[in-house]
Design a protein around this ligand. Structure first.
Ligand code: HMG
Ligand code: MG
Length: 298
């Protein structure tokens, strides 16, 4: 039996936009987050407090966080790789901070400029500060199903990082397919393995759709009891440190599937389609969401 209810974390404003070459005005990002809030998401990844030299597009994060219209109860999350990021997140009033590492050493070096073990050490202070300020703490694990530099990633490496993040006190842990190479049975195997280390109810699937496997992987994850998924409106995105990686699975496609399965999300699909058309129009290209484009054409 599949979960009756699923939490969708909308990551479009962060993961979706971080890789855009042209600088997007803060007002557009704010409007996007506001539209997503209205659509009913309980959790929106709105910004990222990382080095602007590494990810210039996220340099507007303070402005964005200051100007969005927040709905009570909605969790607005931000990425914080270190204390500098945490201080900015705290000042911005983030509800949740995300510490992010990798199951692949090579990717950790490229993305956060340190080893996996060093990242966990670096996060210790961030985690303690989050607890002190009663801010939710989430951990994210890149390359859980494959790495652009290392290739195959053993499930034991994912489990090691899950334990590291768990011991820092994470409320939720994302098992991320950065380059979209995972397939359904593998995904079930990884999810079931890491559920030995961390409560299944707090594990989430973060699937990029590079190889067109994301929806199948979400369905496969549902079958083994995962009930939190990340997706990006209009299928926006890609990681700057994973060459050729495309966006997250499109939120509209996920919602269409979940609706068909009778799974409750509390999100208004039509409003998400509108938000997807809005941001795609701004970017001057067609949305990547199949369901979004089909519904918009109706
Ligand atoms: P570093 O160069 O080793 O750090 O970068 P540093 O401490 O030596 O600092 C270097 C400079 O950056 C200094 O400035 C710092 O002040 C500044 P300078 O003195 O040279 O002028 N700096 C910062 N500025 C603003 N905010 C900060 C910050 N920290 C340092 N928080 C660091 C290490 C982690 C900072 C860097 O590698 C970085 O910012 N990496 C972020 C990379 C990133 O954002 N990647 C994309 C997000 S992760 C992702 O997309 C994957 C995910 O979606 C899951 C999946 O799909 O896999 C989550
Ligand atoms: Mg990602």
């Amino acid at each position: 039996q599949l979960p009756q209810q699923v939490k969708i974390v909308e990551v479009g404003p962060r993961d979706g936009l971080q890789n855009e070459k042209e600088s997007i005005p803060a007002e557009v990002k704010i409007e996007l987050v506001n539209r997503l809030t209205t659509a009913g998401f309980a959790n929106i990844e709105a910004a990222s407090f990382v080095s602007p030299k590494w990810v210039p597009q996220m340099a507007t994060s303070t402005e964005v966080m200051a100007a969005i219209t927040r709905k009570p109860g909605v969790i607005y999350s931000v990425l914080t790789p270190n204390m500098k990021g945490f201080e900015a997140a705290l000042a911005a009033g983030a509800d949740e901070v995300v510490i992010f590492s990798s199951a692949s050493e090579a990717f950790a070096q490229k993305n956060i400029n340190c080893s996996i073990a060093e990242s966990i050490e670096r996060f210790r202070e961030v985690a303690a500060a989050a607890k002190q300020h009663q801010i939710r703490l989430r951990g994210s694990i890149s390359c859980s199903f494959g790495c652009p530099y290392q290739g195959e990633v053993p499930v034991s490496s994912v489990a090691d990082v899950v334990r590291g993040l768990r011991d820092l006190g994470c409320d939720e842990i994302d098992i991320a397919d950065t380059i979209g190479v995972g397939t359904a049975r593998q995904v079930q195997h990884v999810m079931q393995s890491v559920a030995q280390e961390f409560p299944l109810a707090g594990l989430s699937g973060h699937f990029h759709d590079t190889y067109g496997q994301a929806l199948a992987n979400i369905y496969a994850s549902l079958e083994v009891g995962v009930s939190i998924f990340h997706s990006s409106v209009a299928g926006l995105g890609g990681c700057p440190y994973a060459k050729g990686a495309t966006g997250n699975v499109a939120t509209e496609d996920v919602l269409f599937m979940l609706q068909g399965l009778g799974i409750h999300t509390g999100i208004d699909l039509d409003a998400v389609v509108d938000a997807g058309q809005f941001i795609s129009a701004h970017l001057g290209r067609k949305a990547v969401s199949r369901a979004g484009n089909a519904l918009a054409a109706k």
